[in-house]
Design a protein around this ligand. Structure first.
Ligand code: LLP
Length: 422
């Protein structure tokens, strides 16, 4: 298992627990598959950001897409977190969870007019604008509502974050952000639009980033632009560095939250912008290691070429291995003695891409529980109903208590709003 300071999943007497609750207890009462999150670990990671930014004008906007459960959002809202949203759905969720609209930033390349109108009416802090066309739309919607929309332009700094190509967003051939020369021109245009109020500048280069260098490289390019804009009389109140800090799934050495923030603060101070309000949009580094997917082995299928442990969670419940060939740590919930064999841990979905882990050395029998660790981010939030499978239940553990924060979906839930022809 990965040894992270905040890791809330630890063995006690041979049984894996989340905080002080044995996972066997959750499986017995809630069933499987179930996502289990630690309140302590979520809040500890959030507080590490806040403490690293102490004494600064700063806002941590948790990226809702990483884990959008209302219970999770509410814990963070109560702790004072802001939120980074990418849809009207995430706006509604964040508000329903108790988020302060004035601490919400809205990212994403394809905001609809309705979404822009709703966010404006709610009074969000900032729209992170991704194109010239979007700026015009926001201006129009704001003028029609008799308001001024606070905006940042999202810069595409053309920096390689050295992560999986699907989660790289700051290279020039990516659909995200605005190239620097174009952004400079667009800021001048924005300054003349009566429905627009220039609030800041934004940059997000990718996700699961395990080196600080690309962040600093991107920040330098952002500061270059901020300086040129300042010389032209375009002032900015805030700088948003996005999210993307990686976590340890296996033996990756990701920078700590403290190292990451310190590097960007040093860069901001050196460039003379450390006094501006600094925003961060972390998702994975807050919830990733705080969650696990609890699943039960249904069938052991031993073969000449491969052994399969077929579990009750599939690619619809946890898509990361199928989509990115992501490596997720699999651990037995109750340690058993006996010879280890190599297994592929796979789901019941009718796709060969439906695997969760490959070639893992395990001692496992049908009926055993397994925990897929570091599944708190982009697990449930990317789950689907493929194969008419209800999505997992979700539980938040708090010390020696746990709370069901979302029940398992039933088959009837899935077709409840569908109709047949008359
Ligand atoms: N801000 C923006 C504008 C983003 O697009 C993202 C993530 C974040 C913040 C948060 O990034 P984080 O701190 O969580 O890395 N499904 C993929 C990850 C997709 C990330 C998309 N954007 C995965 O499972 O690895």
């Amino acid at each position: 298992m990965t040894a992270q300071a905040d890791h809330p999943f630890v063995y006690d007497g041979g049984a894996l627990c989340c905080e002080a609750v044995p996972l066997t207890q959750i499986a017995a009462h809630v069933g499987t598959p179930t996502y289990v999150y630690s309140k302590r670990a979520i809040l500890a990671a959030y507080r590490r950001y806040v403490e690293a930014l102490a004494g600064r004008s700063a806002l941590v906007c948790y990226a809702v897409k990483a884990n959008a459960n209302l219970g999770v959002l509410n814990l963070l809202a109560r702790a004072g977190s802001g939120f980074d949203i990418v849809s009207g759905g995430e706006l509604e969720r964040a508000l329903a969870a108790g988020a302060a609209a004035a601490r919400i930033v809205f990212s994403g390349v394809g905001k609809t007019e309705a979404e822009i109108g709703a966010a404006l009416a709610a009074g969000i802090a900032c729209f992170n604008v991704e194109s010239a066309a979007e700026l015009e739309t926001i201006d129009r919607v704001a003028r029609a509502a008799g308001r001024r929309a606070p905006i940042s332009l999202r810069i595409n700094p053309d920096v390689d974050p050295r992560t999986h190509q699907y989660i790289s967003t700051g290279l020039k051939f990516s659909k995200f952000g605005i190239a620097v020369p174009e952004a400079e021109e667009l800021y001048r245009r924005a300054a003349r639009l009566s429905g627009i109020e220039i609030a800041g500048i934004d940059c997000h280069i990718g996700s699961q980033i395990t080196s600080i260098d690309p962040y600093v490289e991107a920040a330098e390019r952002v500061f270059d632009l901020v300086d040129r804009l300042g010389a032209q009389g375009v002032g900015l109140r805030h700088i948003d560095f996005g999210g993307g800090l990686g976590i340890a799934y296996r033996c990756e050495i990701a920078p700590s939250i403290e190292q990451f923030i310190a590097a960007l603060l040093a860069c901001a101070d050196r460039r003379g912008h450390g006094g501006k309000t600094l925003l961060f949009e972390p998702g994975r580094s807050i919830v990733g290691n705080a969650g696990a997917l609890l699943t039960r082995v249904q069938v052991i299928k031993a073969g000449a070429a491969k052994n399969f442990a077929i579990v009750d969670a599939g690619m619809n419940d946890l898509l990361r291995p199928a989509l990115y060939e992501a490596w997720m740590d699999v651990q037995p919930v109750v340690l058993r003695t006996g010879e280890k064999r190599s297994f592929d841990v796979v789901g019941p979905v009718c796709e060969s891409a439906d695997w969760l882990a490959r070639d893992r050395s395990l001692t496992v029998l049908a009926g055993d529980l397994l925990a897929i660790l570091s599944a708190g981010a982009y697990g449930m939030s990317m789950a689907s109903n493929y194969n008419s499978r209800g999505r997992p239940a979700e539980v938040i553990v708090d010390g020696d208590q746990y709370h069901l924060v979302r029940p398992r979906e039933s088959a009837a839930d899935l077709y409840a709003t569908e109709t047949v022809l008359p």
